[in-house]
Design a protein around this ligand. Structure first.
Ligand code: SF4
Length: 602
């Protein structure tokens, strides 16, 4: 084992307090230093932490942004989701492949570049996009791809690609990013003006129980998608026995088409941190953690700076505003795993393990991070809290509808004239919203991302709210030239990739549905397929352990429900009674290859 590697691993482990629960941070740092977490590095970490190497091996193989094989000095990760594909992903990929002389998943022989595909990186409104190193690069086309390769070949420094910033605080020197906010509509809750400290001062003037009562009176529900009442979650966490409690902000928005939290963290980080601090006060926590998705690493320095500024103002740290209340916030990074958006998987990740969802009960409010009662809240939810405490529950309830109070951030992408982020009041119809974003001729809208539902024009008068058309924020618009079955197939490919594989219905079901859709699109579908899809989908919903498997059949089930004609056009019984799904040539291909000595020729 090389001395330098050993020494560096020792330093990294020491910097992380030799803490087993910081294994993900340690592995990420090793990857940054050496371009991979090699077998040797795994041995060194195992020795330093005194843990079995298999635990480190399992962690490294789980996260998309970690690798045991050496990666190039510059890693280009092309965002590959349905919207990227609609806007030219394939052409951009081909241009990169041609310019680099490698395919996806490969590294150039000189070790300069690695080219990879990755799931949605939170830039669907400026697709096709890529992460080059940690630098988000937007609005790609084949010419730009070739220029980028030519330029990077001379200096290998992705930060030099940023010549113009995307405006707003993307122009802050600590962000300095070409990402645009595309903030199309600012409402009176989340993007209204605020001053640091105003909400916390009010919170600390009342008891934690009164804070919880105010949040309950505002009827605030979680904005990440599940819609659980926030006040109730805090009440449970506060009441749960445990010396150490935790408030975690889930900034791992990985649902394709969702990028609202990115804009909120860019423009209103103070409001989010205020919400975390108030939440900590309410549940009796002194530690908060912002779990930031790896794709948003470019925001980290700026967010750290904001935290430091809040400490200087006595809004964070010990004895906040001389109240005797101690609370501090730490930022921890993800490493590329969609399933970590699920709260128990996120907690596993923070504990230094694979992002495997945990069996519930116990719920995090009873036994969460490091076994302590934990409240996991969405970025947008926490920003709402700051507003509620500052201006009162009654003011908050003036917005929205009876059961869906306040406003909702929607991130819109796809076939619409004005993609971006909108803060709208709950109660708006989908039709009204489509007019706003320039998607009036949509033939379909995916509401709530791939795990949500796809609806057609007959449902455009439905209302965006918890009781009707619920969404965590993602709205993907599809115009007349799109094939909804191809979109559903892309979504199923995503879920097949992202399933953590622990339970069979999810691990196998996603693949079966993807392959079934591919067969139908290839003209080999038969009526029995639809019954089979329904049965698989029901099994997945009922028997999968976590939200991913419980919802990942939705692209198929909702297109079957709302777009039956798309299936009917392609699915038919064979007039001669043969199984159309049976492909004789494909089935015989292996046998033919073996019979002819492996060359495949007759
Ligand atoms: Fe993993 Fe899927 Fe099971 Fe969730 S449902 S635990 S993602 S295999």
């Amino acid at each position: 084992m090389s001395g330098r590697l050993e020494t560096t691993v020792t330093e990294i482990c020491e910097a992380n307090g030799r803490d087993r629960t910081r294994l993900l941070s340690i592995a990420k740092r090793v990857q940054e230093k050496f371009g991979c977490v090699s077998e040797e590095a795994i041995d060194a970490i195992a020795d330093e932490l005194g843990i079995p190497r298999v635990e480190i091996d399992a962690l490294v193989s789980f996260y998309a942004f970690l690798s045991k094989e050496p990666l190039g000095k510059v890693v280009i990760r092309l965002s590959d989701d349905a919207v990227d594909r609609m806007h030219g992903y394939d052409e951009v990929r081909e241009a990169f492949e041609e310019a680099l002389g490698i395919g996806l998943g490969e590294t150039t022989p000189d070790g300069k570049f690695t080219l990879e595909r990755t799931a949605c990186i939170g830039l669907s409104d400026q697709a096709p996009a890529a992460l080059i190193g940690d630098v988000p690069v937007t609005h790609l086309d084949p010419d730009r791809a070739r220029e980028i390769v030519a330029e990077l070949s001379t200096h290998l420094d992705p930060t030099q690609l940023v010549r113009e910033t995307g405006g707003g605080r993307n122009a802050h020197p600590l962000v300095w990013s070409m990402v645009a906010n595309n903030l199309r509509e600012e409402g009176e809750v989340l993007f209204s003006p605020n001053r640091p400290g105003e909400a916390i001062r009010k919170a600390l003037a009342i008891t934690p129980q009164e804070v919880i009562r105010a949040v309950k009176a505002a009827r605030l529900r979680g904005r990440g998608g599940a819609g659980f009442p926030t006040g109730m979650k805090w009440e449970f966490t506060r009441a749960a026995p445990g010396d150490e409690k935790y408030l975690i902000c889930n900034a791992d928005e990985g649902e394709p088409g969702t990028f609202k939290d990115r804009v909120l963290l860019t423009e209103k980080p103070d409001r989010v941190f205020a919400g975390m601090t108030i939440g900590g006060y309410a549940i009796g926590a002194s530690r908060g953690i912002l779990y930031l998705r790896a794709e948003y690493k470019y925001l980290r320095r700026y967010l750290e700076y904001t935290l430091e500024d809040r400490r200087r103002r006595k809004l964070l740290g010990e004895d906040i505003l001389h109240s005797g209340f101690d609370f501090d916030i730490e930022i921890r990074m993800g490493a590329g795993a969609y399933v970590c958006g699920e709260e128990t998987a996120l907690i596993s990740s923070l504990e230094g393990s694979r992002g495997d969802p945990k069996t519930r009960p116990p719920f995090p409010a009873q036994k969460g991070y490091l076994g302590g009662p934990t409240s996991v809240n969405n970025v947008e939810t926490l920003a709402c809290v700051a507003k509620i405490i500052h201006q009162g529950a009654a003011t908050f309830c003036q917005f929205g509808s009876e059961h869906s109070t306040g406003t909702k951030l929607l991130s819109v992408s796809g076939d619409c004239g004005m993609p971006g982020v909108y803060e709208v009041e709950f109660g708006i119809t989908l039709r009204e919203f489509l007019v706003k974003c320039g998607g009036g001729d949509a033939i379909a809208v995916q509401v709530g991302g791939p795990s949500g539902k796809m609806v057609g024009p007959s449902e455009y008068d439905r209302i965006i709210c918890y009781e009707d058309l619920s969404t965590g924020g993602s709205m993907m618009v599809f115009g007349p030239e799109r094939n909804v079955l191809e979109v559903a197939r892309d979504f199923m490919e995503f879920f097949a990739d992202e399933s953590c594989g622990t339970c069979v219905p999810c691990r196998v079901g996603n693949v079966l549905l993807k392959e079934g859709l591919e067969r139908i699109l290839a003209g080999r579908g038969e009526p029995a397929d639809l019954d089979h899809f329904a049965a698989i989908g029901t099994t997945m919903k009922q028997t999968s352990r976590c939200g991913l498997g419980q919802t990942s059949a939705n692209p198929v089930l909702s297109t079957m429900e709302h777009f039956p004609e798309a299936y009917e056009a392609l699915v038919a019984a064979d007039p001669d009674g043969y199984r159309r799904s049976f492909d004789l040539d494909a089935e015989l291909s292996q046998a033919r290859a073996v019979r002819k000595g492996g060359n495949g020729h007759e």
